[in-house]
Design a protein around this ligand. Sequence first.
Ligand SMILES: *[C@@H]1O[C@H](CO)[C@@H](O)[C@H](O)[C@H]1NC(C)=O
Ligand SMILES: *[C@@H]1O[C@H](CO)[C@@H](O)[C@H](O)[C@H]1NC(C)=O
Ligand SMILES: *[C@@H]1O[C@H](CO)[C@@H](O)[C@H](O)[C@H]1NC(C)=O
Ligand SMILES: *[C@@H]1O[C@H](CO)[C@@H](O)[C@H](O)[C@H]1NC(C)=O
Length: 661
Amino acid sequence: MRRLSLFTVARLCRPFLKHKVLKFFTVTVIICFTLSIYHLQHRPIQAKRYVKSLPNYAWLKRSGQRSNQNDDRACVYPVLDPYSPEMMSFFEKPSPVECWIDEDWVYIENGTFRFSETALRKYGPDIECSYRTITRGKTDFEVERGPRVPFKDGDPLKTDFAVVRCYGRFWKKFETILSGISFRPHLHARYKPSMLLDSSMGFNVLMFGFDSVSRMTWIRNLRKSYDYFTKELGGIVLEGYNIVGDGTPQALLPILTGHTEWELPEARRGKPNAKHVDGFPWVWNEFKKLGYVTQWGEDMSHVGTFQMRMLGFKDPPTDHYLRPFFLEGEYYYEKSNCFGAIPTHTHMMNWGRDMFLMYKDKPKFSFLFHSKYSHGHTSQLQVADDDLLEFLQWLEKGRYLDDTILILMSDHGARFTSVRDSVQGKLEERMPFFSFRFPKKFIEKYPKAYANVKKNSKILTTPFDIHETFIDMINHTGTGVADIRRRGVSLFKEIPKSRTCAHAQIEAHWCTCLNWEKVDKVDKNVQKAISAVIQKLNSIIESQSHVCHKLELGIVSQVVRYSGAKEALLQFKESADRDGRLPDFSDNMAMSEILYQINLSTKPGNGHFEATVHHTVQSDNFTVYDKEISRLNKYGNQPHCVAGKLPHLRPYCYCKEQLSR
Ligand SMILES: *[C@@H]1O[C@H](CO)[C@@H](O)[C@H](O)[C@H]1NC(C)=O
Ligand SMILES: *[C@@H]1O[C@H](CO)[C@@H](O)[C@H](O)[C@H]1NC(C)=O
Ligand SMILES: *[C@@H]1O[C@H](CO)[C@@H](O)[C@H](O)[C@H]1NC(C)=O
Ligand SMILES: *[C@@H]1O[C@H](CO)[C@@H](O)[C@H](O)[C@H]1NC(C)=O
């Protein structure tokens, strides 16, 4: 029907096409007409159960830019240099992690307490140890300590976590907290081959991540393990992976549930009717249905991904849940990067190893996410490189990777460290590291799916795609061409090169395929856009105006504009000049909006923000959406008056009463 209408219109217009100016005009009309029909027919259908304010996607109905005429991808993401001098100036060599003690007397291996040989030699032979179990209390914020119980070398762990205390010769004393996987018969009995669908791929999933690491920073800070992963293991890195929102939840929720926070039931602390996050459609539950044993853990328990702004879990979300370990450990070893003689990232990797030891032949889904080094620091992650390398080598040598899909990843790039002040840092925030490694068995059994992931690594991809890929592992539905009218698509299907941020529902603010141009701050529309940002910031904190300062404009450091209309026209002219035929505008539409991205500061408090303003040309309306504002510098204690009650207001509120430092 579309073709027919285009054809008919074209024929009717033929007389006009002879005149040069009329031709230009007519062709434009035809394009607009065709595209509106196309647009109506192809609107993505999304269940928007709990959608609050969703940005207007009108601007997105155009494709991205083609910087290179030979590049036929609609979205051309920037190619960045990890070692550009500007970026390297932010990086330095960190000092290694130093633990307060040299060696733990006790360690855990496959759910069993072990005494270290050195400790036995130095402080033995009669080392006396006891432990108290550490378990989750009634909520995500409580831990319970069991009674003190003596133990010997080789005794089994009763629960996953324990604080241990030992005495040896010369009245030497040792204390630490340990994590492992305790033997739980019902979990070993869970899996039965009949639980897998015929269409299930049946591989273990191990997803290991570091917080706030762009693809470039992963290469800079984790060079050895990166080389091993890509060269020796054949890992595939998604070069066009683009975030879909601000911060960790906006990355992990799409991956783990397939939804944005706004589509899921309200879980934010301080909001009416907010509930725990247990009811979200967590993908680990889908794996569990197939008999998988599940594991999830992150550090920095005081700012847990689902516990800081949200209410956290009512019940433990996975079979093995790390939170009580870090709650207890971080409380007692707050100032250190170690628990006992072991750095916290190594604890986390060891807990992953124990999972593979304990459930050697059982299907398992594991997700481990470490934040402490990379969340607020630029270079410190380097201290984990050797250990990550060793962890990967251990997995490979022990043949644990033979039936495991390994994912190394991050949620987003740096959000508020110095790196973020550079233009490349701004792009890097939006392009985190994300990668897959498939075992030989997978490549043999699913060669087409594997080839597609490789191809797709050069195409725009998002966290929603990762979720679809998980679902495709659970119930594989073939390898054809992905239907990009859907927001998320499985990476096992070939993603057409015509995919744009619009298809993937990436807002302009986050889309890295757009070319922005600098504009003058004195421009009348820029001034209106700037006031729209200040107004928006104040409207967000309006309900708390009795405690939060009204914000005023500080300094505007940069304004850039995206007006696809001009570019669409240029493209049109180019292709019309080339061969006189209609350009392929399959996803372009006439410009109805102009976008401004503004980097400004506010006072009091010197908050730095980056916001995208949508200027609707026809109604001359300037709109800023909640989800398109980034806070670029730390707010520290400034929002203390709302931090506990309304944590989602932290980036915006500068309390009238400031705590003295
Ligand atoms: C670890 O312990 C479990 C439970 O006793 C056992 O099934 C498994 O085989 C052990 N793993 C290794 C690698 O020895
Ligand atoms: C944004 O503004 C801050 C503070 O004025 C400045 O330091 C930074 O360089 C700016 N970033 C960009 C990308 O212009
Ligand atoms: C597997 O996917 C197919 C195709 O999408 C669907 O019809 C079927 O219901 C799915 N099976 C399960 C168990 O989810
Ligand atoms: C501008 O657009 C927004 C979002 O579409 C709408 O809520 C607002 O009422 C509009 N304002 C004006 C003055 O038209």
